[in-house]
Design a protein. Structure first.
Length: 274
């Protein structure tokens, strides 16, 4: 049985609600956290108030926010312990939206809760409950930053989302990671009973390097329309901004990095994903 995606339902005018985007790749260092942060900032600059979930026990997105919960129960770990609903854990982030922070204790989720259907669908059900209980929140977009491996947390994010956004740095190992992602989604789709929408996009793109263009061509050859036309260039402002607890727009709105993330946001919005 084919189940239409939320983006198709929105395009047809049969559904009005926010989209859930999981930013994930099984390779580290490709720009997952940076993309989550800057897409949220771009959405906020365009009148949105997105919800961000830091589903990585390394807590990088939470570190950028600057508020690390001392008590793990006040983080996403508390949600998995069924101590708090997601909305109770969300904290404001000026110019970004709201963040449900991470905690190092999240690393224990796999061993504590196993991999049964109840835990794999926990995040999806938590977001559904949040949408149902808070007037107006059903229209908010949600961006989920993931750890770079397939475990309970990443599976939760995939089961919960409408789109998997896959950042790929311009090197050949990242092409292998893209293939791994494709195989992972193909394995999960029969269980989920739907096709998982995905978009691949290039980060750390350097027009002076032949490899950047080669990787782009190979990606387009393999994944065609599922590849974003926007590329995120190698840029100092993107690299600097997290260390200053800022997104690229508040750090340097005129930078190439800010322009690239604006274009990526606009491309995804045209496709009804934001």
């Amino acid at each position: 049985m084919y189940i239409s995606s939320k983006s198709e339902q929105i395009a047809a005018g049969t559904l009005q609600c926010g989209m859930r985007i999981t930013v994930f790749n099984q390779k580290g260092g490709v720009g997952k956290t940076t993309t989550t942060l800057n897409l949220a900032a771009a959405a906020c600059r365009n009148g949105g108030q997105p919800l961000l979930l830091d589903l990585d026990p390394q807590c990088h997105l939470t570190y950028i926010h600057g508020t690390i919960p001392r008590d793990s129960a006040r983080s996403l770990f508390g949600f998995y312990q069924s101590l708090h609903a997601l909305d109770e854990l969300a904290i404001p982030w000026e110019g970004i939206g709201r963040l449900v922070p991470s905690h190092q204790q999240l690393i224990k989720v796999d061993s504590i809760f196993g991999k049964g259907p109840a835990v794999l669908n926990k995040l999806r059900l938590g977001l559904d409950a949040m949408d149902d209980s808070i007037p107006g929140n059903a229209a908010q977009n949600t961006l989920i930053d993931c750890c770079p491996y397939v475990g309970v947390l990443a599976l939760n994010a995939i089961f919960a989302c409408d789109l998997v956004l896959i950042p790929i740095s311009t090197d050949y190992l990242s092409l292998l990671a893209a293939e791994q992602m494709t195989r992972t989604l193909a394995i999960l789709e029969p269980v989920m009973k739907r096709r998982v929408e995905r978009r691949y996009f290039l980060t750390r793109y350097d027009r002076r390097r032949k490899m950047s263009k080669d990787v782009q061509n190979k990606l387009l050859e393999r994944y065609a329309d599922e590849v974003c036309r926007t590329v995120i260039s190698e840029n100092v402002a993107i690299a600097e901004s997290p260390s200053l607890n800022r997104d690229v727009f508040s750090h340097n709105a005129s930078s190439v990095g800010a322009k690239d993330y604006t274009l990526l946001f606009e491309e995804l919005r045209r496709q009804k994903f934001l």
